[in-house]
Design a protein around this ligand. Structure first.
Ligand code: SAM
Length: 332
């Protein structure tokens, strides 16, 4: 029998919930939240921790087994570690993971580990100080690198390094990132730049596909495929360079989309369920929670969101289009 009781159309088992716990961030990445953004979600509209926990407990009843905390930058939200501890006590959750920019990680990594988190995704688009500052708007490469080292020292495994590859911005570092896996046990994952949010700066000229990235990495060494997919695994196509300690992942959200195996729901920072990153169709859970409409109503809303999960984002057929919300409020 299938695990949990969730099933979207097309036989996709929906067992993974990504939570944007804040739309605030301490970086200003050029493709996500560039400098000058001021229209943040008002504090009173951000889902409170106890509301998130309530929703997660209901989602577990509907088959959710894995939760990823993201944002915005999850580590900037006040009371984060206390919330994480409460989340780790939710019955039925098998895995809690975290996506962070790493700026605050050095000091928080031990607390995160104590709450049972074992796997971390850390975003890093350049290995060069100055370029990091140009991409993120903040001169904080050293803090992030120290955070990654601390996570490694504490035994987080795997540590996934997310690199958004962009032509003319950081594509000349693809080989360096690939070589990093020779000496470090990191899973370096190259992500195609996606047209999400109004300020993403997406241009066809800057787009570099995972196929091009693969070809570039092949010039570093022989790549062999790693396949150990289980139901909670992500969408990366995984490879290893010969003799490497780490792995390389390719996430072709556009050119090689994984809608057919997409097992995700997302909860926006202001409490809306979204069943596809690229579709602006949302279910307003926050209102139901705050109007005390009852758990049965919310469970039914989760069901509907799953039933209506689009089969495919069709981005290449329909042409790249921006979706209205920023990645930071949807939860990247
Ligand atoms: N602040 C955390 C971080 O930096 O990892 C979590 C939130 S961030 C929105 C999550 C991931 O989304 C990051 O790896 C970021 O690079 C990625 N991202 C944001 N905007 C993107 C875009 N337009 N295309 C591709 N990836 C994007």
């Amino acid at each position: 029998m299938m695990e949990g009781n969730l099933q979207a159309n097309n036989n996709r088992v929906i067992n993974y919930l990504r939570l944007s716990i804040t739309d605030r961030c301490n970086l200003r990445c050029m493709y996500c939240m560039p400098e000058g953004i001021t229209d943040f979600i008002p504090h009173e509209d951000i889902l409170r921790y106890e509301e998130i926990l309530h929703l997660v407990r209901l989602a577990v009843q509907k088959g959710i087994r894995k939760v990823r905390l993201t944002g915005g930058e999850p580590l900037v939200r006040k009371g984060f570690l206390g919330f994480l501890e409460d989340l780790s006590r939710v019955d039925g959750l098998k895995e809690i993971t975290l996506t962070t920019n790493g700026v605050l990680l050095k000091d928080m990594a031990a607390g995160i580990k104590e709450c049972g988190v074992r796997r971390l995704n850390i975003s890093l688009d350049s290995l060069k100080n100055e370029r990091f500052a140009r991409i993120t708007g903040r001169d904080m490469f050293d803090q992030v690198w120290e955070g990654i080292q601390e996570a490694e020292r504490l035994g987080f495994d795997p540590i996934k390094i997310n690199v958004v590859a962009m032509k003319g911005v950081n594509d000349d570092e693809i080989r360096d990132f690939a070589r990093l896996t020779m000496t470090k046990p990191y899973h370096v994952r190259f992500i195609e730049h996606m047209p999400v949010g109004e300020d993403n700066g997406w241009k066809a000229d800057n787009f570099i596909s995972v196929i091009e990235i693969y070809n570039i990495i092949e010039s570093v060494g022989k790549l062999t495929s790693v396949s150990s997919r289980n139901l909670l695994d992500g969408p990366a196509q995984r490879f290893k360079l010969e003799g490497a300690k780490g792995e390389i992942g390719l996430i072709g959200a556009l050119s090689n989309h994984f809608c057919g195996i997409c097992n995700r729901l997302r909860l926006t920072a202001d409490g809306h369920i979204r069943s596809c990153l690229f579709s602006d169709e949302e279910t307003d859970i926050k209102s139901a929670l705050r109007n005390n409409e009852g758990d049965q109503k919310i469970l039914a809303m989760i069901d509907t969101a799953i039933k209506n999960k689009p089969l495919s984002h069709n981005l290449l057929k329909s042409g790249p289009r921006n979706c209205a919300r920023r990645m930071s409020s949807i939860g990247g």
